[in-house]
Design a protein around this ligand. Structure first.
Ligand code: GLP
Length: 241
């Protein structure tokens, strides 16, 4: 890396551009520990403040991530999640050539919670399965998903089915056809509990996605709250004018 102190381009900006280039062309591989602020400052004979500004900007832009007590590392490329297709987590991972797996945290049959009556078109005498899973891509935690499935659509659902794909169970074991869904996406920060499950730090950015999925007869069969890691996901869609 070369810093030109005579240049009108601010030094923090030069450091940023240099590091970005090295990350983009692969000179700095994902998860590489980069030199500390102090090392950079000494190497270039500049202030630590200048280095800090450059590194903080790159953290904010997602090029680098910090780990408490360990240092600053090069980020991995985020997964691009298209928003158009109605796919399952298992299908998404398969398409990327990765192994999908889950850890089932909760599996209960409960009376439908009142706040889901309208989304699931149910009443308080109706039962739902409540399932909470951590979803992994090649053993790395990506998301926490809490799903509510009306019992009438998934009466034979057991814990064992949920080591695999829920959508596969619905389509192959119940004969129901999954048709369409609506989603809401929101920015959020990880709570302490979520951070622990996702191996990120408390307060790290996450994407909260709520999905209501419908069968071919337009009846809702699932309501899901997903919390995706903000450092590993970006959502993609195309628009036409
Ligand atoms: C995605 C969706 C969830 C859905 C899940 C099913 O992750 N965000 O709403 O419940 O896929 O995935 P699978 O069939 O792998 O269990």
């Amino acid at each position: 890396m070369f810093i030109d102190k005579q240049s009108p381009i601010p030094m923090y900006h030069q450091i940023m551009e240099n590091l970005k280039k090295q990350i983009e062309d692969g000179t700095l591989a994902p998860d590489t520990l980069i030199p500390s602020e102090r090392e950079y400052a000494e190497r270039f004979g500049i202030s630590r403040m200048t280095v800090r500004q450059a590194l903080s900007n790159l953290v904010n832009e997602g090029y680098l991530y910090r780990q408490k007590g360990k240092g600053t590392f090069v980020s991995r490329e985020k997964f691009e999640q298209p928003l158009q297709g109605l796919t399952s987590f298992t299908e998404d991972m398969r398409q990327r050539g990765l192994k999908a797996s889950s850890e089932l945290l909760d599996f209960n049959k409960i009376a439908c919670p009142a706040h889901l009556f309208s989304s699931l078109q149910l009443a308080d005498s109706d039962a739902v399965f409540e399932l909470k899973r951590i979803r992994f891509a090649n053993d790395e935690p990506m998301a926490i998903e809490t799903s509510y499935i009306p019992e009438k659509f998934a009466g034979t659902l057991t814990k064992e089915h949920l080591t695999g794909s829920l959508y596969e169970y619905i389509e192959n074991h119940t004969g129901l056809a999954i048709a369409h869904a609506t989603q809401e996406l929101e920015a959020n920060v990880a709570t302490k509990g979520e951070a622990h499950l996702l191996s990120i730090t408390t307060g790290a950015p996450v994407l909260s996605i709520t999905r209501t999925t419908y069968l071919q007869n337009d009846l809702p069969f699932e309501y899901v709250l997903s919390v995706y890691r903000g450092d590993r996901y970006k959502l993609i869609h195309t628009m036409e004018r």
